[in-house]
Design a protein around this ligand. Structure first.
Ligand code: GDP
Ligand code: MG
Length: 179
């Protein structure tokens, strides 16, 4: 039996260890898992309410570095990208620019949906990335920015996925009117 295609295809990208798997599990199950196989690449199908509408998302949790050549298939597949760094890991933040450029080069356009997500903000004493500089990066990339923790049940995790979904749907509409 053929299932209806999902309303959006979302991909989590970011350096190993930033919490991509923890975030997707938090979003889908509302729970936090401490250890998740770091090499596992997994696609989830999730149905949820966005703006009073029941929508379905396919979510791909990637493993390995986002800029690697191996991610090209994933980037081609995806319509929206959660660019995830850890607020405790400067390098993961500095790598976001390269990741964004890499997606643009694979997609052959700057016109793609993404959100910037700073995870692990529960680790206040280990913070290495300020909120203002991340806000500035989001302005430069013209995308939304969320700081969150996969550990707590805050709204920010949910909102980052939902806002990305909205952006995918919006951009699709605008692009179809252009043609
Ligand atoms: P991935 O490689 O990007 O998929 O990262 P994981 O989801 O496997 O998480 C890497 C490690 O960071 C694990 O030990 C998680 O328990 C931990 N972790 C993930 N998110 C958070 C968070 O929001 N806060 C804290 N304190 N730890 C986190
Ligand atoms: Mg993982």
């Amino acid at each position: 039996k053929m299932t209806k295609p999902a309303d959006s295809r979302l991909v989590l990208l970011g350096n190993p260890g930033v919490g991509k798997s923890a975030l997707v599990v938090r979003f889908i199950t509302k729970r936090f898992i401490w250890e998740y196989d770091p090499t596992l690449e997994c696609t989830y199908r999730h149905t949820t309410m966005v703006d009073d509408e029941n929508v379905s998302m396919e979510i791909l949790d990637t493993a390995g570095k986002g800029e690697s050549i191996h991610q090209e298939g994933n980037i081609n597949w995806g319509e929206g990208f959660l660019l995830v760094y850890s607020t405790t890991d400067r390098e993961s933040f500095e790598d976001i620019v390269n990741l964004h450029q890499h997606i643009a080069s694979v997609k052959k356009t700057q016109n793609f949906s993404c959100v910037l997500v700073g995870n692990k903000n529960d680790l206040t004493h280990e913070r290495k990335v300020g909120q203002e500089e991340a806000e500035q990066l989001a302005v430069d990339l013209s995308c939304c920015f969320f700081e969150c923790s996969a550990c707590d049940g805050g709204e920010a995790v949910d909102e980052s996925f939902k806002e990305l979904h909205r952006d995918v749907v919006r951009r699709r509409m605008v692009n179809s009117m252009r043609r």
